[in-house]
Design a protein around this ligand. Structure first.
Ligand SMILES: Nc1ncnc2c1ncn2[C@@H]1O[C@H](COP(=O)(O)OP(=O)(O)OP(=O)(O)O)[C@@H](O)[C@H]1O
Ligand code: SF4
Ligand SMILES: [Mg+2]
Length: 364
């Protein structure tokens, strides 16, 4: 039996990243804080949960950016912010350089057409009472002025592109296998010819034997359409083979980001190191569904001061870790890390320098 990674590799693999390709999607200081119901009998200060706490990510045309991290670190919230399903508390989202909040209504419509999603569970994301042709046609009917005939042609086209037959357009979702259902989800996302797809664990709900087929389909579609992907995944080996860039999230922040190969072969952040060693299977056929590290993830309602990883960090270097929030520094080409083991923060801290403004806790 071959592993998913081998099955992906048996194909030609992903196309090398063109670093000069246009930046399609960019976030700057993107944050989402949820105000929770709380206080005594509803009175008093309501606690704030910092689900996403100021992240900077760019996704270029033809690039796959992988978002990894333990459960609850803010991956899906990031996806929802990019899809316009949640409103940011702070920060900006740019589409081809244009700030989403400053876009005209027409430009926002264009954004929604160009940023599509594929979710984890094709069962819950497809309406069981609709025929496949209606499911795939729906976004075309809502967003475009295409005629009925044109929509029919487009539906057949995308179904074929995702490996389904045009005659299957008349069937209902329950008449398909799990893998085929996810192909329908991909067809629906593809129908509007988007520039970016947000993939939130697109194969986690599928049988291991068919995951590689869907991942290979996504790779083929990317090559064909120069699609940009932001992909959330738990299986780190899959991320290594699928993603040009990897971003490691912890408690709503990015701890390490850069080209996937150096991140996996030479992880710099203690959290990434722990994540990768916890995910390494003892046998190549073993797929780890969930990453479990020792120690509890602190609550995002009251995250630790300084470096948010400090209570669990095995190599904490002292008070600086508890008092200064490290920024991202480019430690090697295209490889950024947020940790005081790198850079000169510890020397500056020990010399009594005031806390840098950027590192002061922001309660906004
Ligand atoms: N609508 C909401 N209201 C309050 N808290 C929320 C809301 N949505 C998400 N959260 C919280 O935000 C944090 C991040 O959640 P999110 O779903 O983004 O995590 P995740 O990284 O996708 O996790 P998983 O790997 O389990 O899918 C969690 O603590 C979650 O409980
Ligand atoms: S900043 Fe300090 S606590 Fe945080 S990961 Fe680096 S060494 Fe560990
Ligand atoms: Mg999630």
């Amino acid at each position: 039996m071959t592993t998913i990674q081998e099955q992906i590799q048996q194909k030609e693999g992903i196309r090398p990243l063109d670093v000069n390709a246009e930046i399609i999607l960019e976030t700057r200081g993107l944050a989402k804080h949820f105000e929770l119901a709380g206080g005594f009998l509803g009175f008093g200060n309501k606690p704030t949960l910092k689900a996403v706490d100021g992240i900077d990510v760019i996704v270029r045309a033809g690039e796959t950016v992988g978002l990894v991290g333990e459960s609850g670190c803010g991956k899906s919230t990031t996806a929802k912010l990019l899809l316009g399903l949640e409103k940011p508390t702070a920060g900006q989202i740019f589409f081809k350089g244009e700030d989403f909040t400053k876009m005209s209504r027409a430009a926002k419509r264009d954004y929604r057409k160009n940023v599509q999603a594929v979710f984890q569970d094709p069962w819950s994301s497809l309406n069981p009472r609709m025929r496949v042709k209606s499911i795939v046609a729906e976004p075309l009917q809502i967003v475009t002025k295409m005629t009925k005939g044109e929509i029919g042609t487009r539906v057949s086209e995308v179904l074929e592109e995702v490996g389904l037959n045009a005659y299957q357009a008349n069937l209902y979702p329950h008449e398909f296998s799990g893998g085929q259902r996810q192909r329908i989800g991909v067809a629906r996302a593809l129908a509007l010819n988007p520039e970016v797809m947000i993939l939130d664990e697109p194969v986690s709900a599928l049988d291991v034997s068919i995951r590689a087929q869907i991942l290979n389909l996504l790779v083929d579609l990317q090559k064909e359409h120069n699609l940009a992907y932001l992909m959330i995944a738990h299986n780190l080996a899959t991320v290594r083979y699928m993603c040009h860039t990897t971003a490691v999230m912890y408690l709503g922040g990015i701890k390490e980001i850069g080209d996937s190969e150096p991140i996996f072969s030479n992880p710099l952040h203690p959290y990434t190191q722990a994540l990768i060693s916890a995910a390494l299977p003892s046998h190549p056929d073993i797929e780890r569904e969930e990453i479990i590290l020792p120690g509890e993830v602190p609550s995002p309602v009251d995250p630790p001061s300084g470096c948010t990883f400090n209570p669990r960090c095995p190599v904490k270097i002292g008070d600086v870790c508890e008092q200064w929030a490290p920024g991202l520094t480019e430690e090697e080409t295209s490889h950024w890390v947020s940790c005081h083991l790198y850079g000169d923060a510890k020397e500056r801290f020990d010399a009594g320098e005031a806390i840098p403004a950027a590192a002061v806790e922001d309660d906004a």
